[in-house]
Write a protein that binds this ligand. Sequence first.
Ligand code: BGC
Length: 263
Amino acid sequence: MKVFGVDIGGSGIKGAPVDLVRGELADDRYKVLTPHPATPEAVIDGVEEVVGHFGWSGPIGATFPGVVVDGWTRSAANVDKSWIGLDAATALRERLGVPVTLLNDADAAGLAEVHFGAGRGHYGTVIVLTLGTGIGSAVFTDGKLVANTELGHLELDGRDAETHASTRAKDEEGLSWHHWAHRLQKYLEHVEMLFSPELFVLGGGVSRKAEKFVPLIKGVRAEIVPAQLQNSAGIVGAAMAAAAAAAADAGSDGPAAAPGAAG
Ligand code: BGC
């Protein structure tokens, strides 16, 4: 079965049809740059271009870098504030003319990692963190997602954690791997104190360089592993959520329940 996934991020809007049996992209992904300001209208233009590139006319799953409840976008840390309080799933559906399921970007990446990647086969509490412009979080207990956890906005050293420990903070402040790993360690210790996970899966582009910083993180009891699906995780997870929504509409179980998502 193939469903289309679109990952709306702070820097790019990427999409591809997804093979949901294998949990991989069924075609090369297509990307457009995220417009600035990233208003709903401008971002939806980008999504339309990505979907149009493939001539896709079936159901679509899309991610959003903020809180999504029943298709409504409720926060916007790294996109235009006019997303807050928008029935974004309906706006996308009206523009694209196909069913659209919308969910938080880290929740989507987490679904993909837990079902097809680094979190596969792990039970208990698994936390997937995406390290990028912001810090996204997806919390799973026995494979079930608790949506919209927003752990990137925990307080760390008196600051919003993502402004301190994201890869954007590393780049903008020119931090060494050691310095950044130390901040990340303090952040992970804090999350561990709250949730006692068995496993942290670290995603985002920086997960490709895991050997440079994961070994520097000490004192965290949970196992720490890099994400495996890397830059396709959001696309795959979005498609999984859309398939789950379609299956729920049809009255059967899909490959993954995705609370917080809505079609
Ligand atoms: C947002 C989250 C998002 C994360 C990664 C944070 O600023 O609040 O919803 O998952 O960035 O994009």
